[in-house]
Write a protein that binds this ligand. Structure first.
Ligand code: PHB
Ligand code: FE
Length: 329
């Protein structure tokens, strides 16, 4: 059978499934029952399982390409330059690089965002929520079946100052439609008592962050719960696998607030394994600026990600002005 015949048959099958094909620059994206197919110049082709692809795509869209690199897997991903974004095959994979098989294109962030949003919308079937834990959602496989706009149009929650302050993110409650998650039934839901000195009522605030986090219906999606200048405290509930391998462009701190996450740490540029880190409740770790990491959470757990939003940092780390780690022992 000739290659041409095979391609034609394959395309006809894909058309019958009802999914749209998406293109930007010289990249072309197609989906079938089980996979996302990424085509790039030179007859290049990469395949990612559709469940993993949609979960990664959801994060990349919701986080506006995030800080630094979002690796969907060891081959495909995006690098945020805050205004433009590189989309790549093999850029951060030693084998692709050393045999010159990598491919990169730079896009205006808003243009790539539009394509990613369209793809996420068209390729996410009814009943599949890319933000949900696998045990709390349906399957993404098969021919096109409705959509799930409600799930994929959730935006990342970002407090201006702190959850619960006037004109800021509100508390999560049963009445507001945020029940306590099945795996956090043991988390106390009481409120802190705040006794301000007269005249300081507007300057002091506290809320039960454990209760707030226990009511999150999404996984691996940090919400900014408090913000002081560039210091962002982002709490999140984790279950199963972080859908992306995050390549840092600055130091990022993790505080494990409950249960346990196991992290794979690799060199940010080559993907060579650097460390395995098991974090249990109360553990604190700094993720260096030159690594990438992916977490595994066997049971739903609470994590605080502490981000530094200072826009000068990527360049200062990349130039070597700052060491990639925050402490020397
Ligand atoms: C991270 O890449 O640092 C990250 C992303 C999402 C999470 C937790 C950590 O939920
Ligand atoms: Fe990270």
């Amino acid at each position: 059978m000739s290659t041409v015949t095979m391609t034609t048959t394959e395309t006809a099958q894909k058309k019958a499934l009802g999914y749209k094909t998406f293109s930007i620059g010289q990249f072309k994206f197609e989906r079938d029952e089980y996979f996302a197919h990424i085509h790039y110049p030179g007859n290049g082709r990469h395949i990612i399982p559709i469940d993993a692809f949609l979960r990664s795509l959801m994060r990349d869209v919701a986080w506006g390409f995030f800080y630094g690199t979002v690796n969907f897997d060891s081959v495909f991903g995006t690098v945020n330059h805050y205004g433009t974004v590189d989309m790549f095959i093999g850029l951060l994979n030693e084998a692709y690089r050393s045999s010159n098989q990598h491919y990169v294109e730079t896009f205006e962030s808003k243009d790539l965002k539009k394509v990613f949003e369209g793809m996420l919308e068209d390729w996410t079937n009814e009943g599949f929520d890319p933000f949900a834990a696998p045990d709390e959602t349906g399957v993404p496989f098969g021919a096109k079946r409705g959509n799930n706009l409600k799930a994929i149009r959730r935006e990342r929650l970002v407090a201006k100052r702190m959850v619960g302050l006037p004109n800021d993110l509100t508390y999560r409650t049963d009445e507001a439609g945020n029940p306590v998650n099945r795996q956090f039934k043991d988390v106390p839901q009481d409120k802190p008592e705040v006794h301000a000195e007269p005249g300081f009522e507007k300057d002091i605030h506290a809320f039960n962050m454990f209760a707030y986090v226990s009511r999150s219906d999404v996984t691996w999606n940090p919400s900014v719960v408090s913000c002081v200048d560039d210091s962002q405290f982002c709490s999140t509930t984790e279950e199963h696998i972080l859908p992306i391998t995050h390549g840092n462009d600055r130091v990022e701190w993790f505080i494990q607030a409950s249960d346990e996450i196991i992290w794979d740490i690799e060199d940010g540029k080559t993907g060579k394994p650097r460390a395995k880190v098991t974090m249990r409740a109360g553990d604190v770790a700094a993720m260096p600026a030159d690594i990438r990491h992916r977490g595994y959470s066997p049971k739903r757990s609470m994590l605080i990600v502490w981000e530094n939003n200072d826009g000068t940092l990527p360049q200062r780390y990349a130039s070597g002005e700052l060491k990639p780690y925050p402490v020397e022992f």
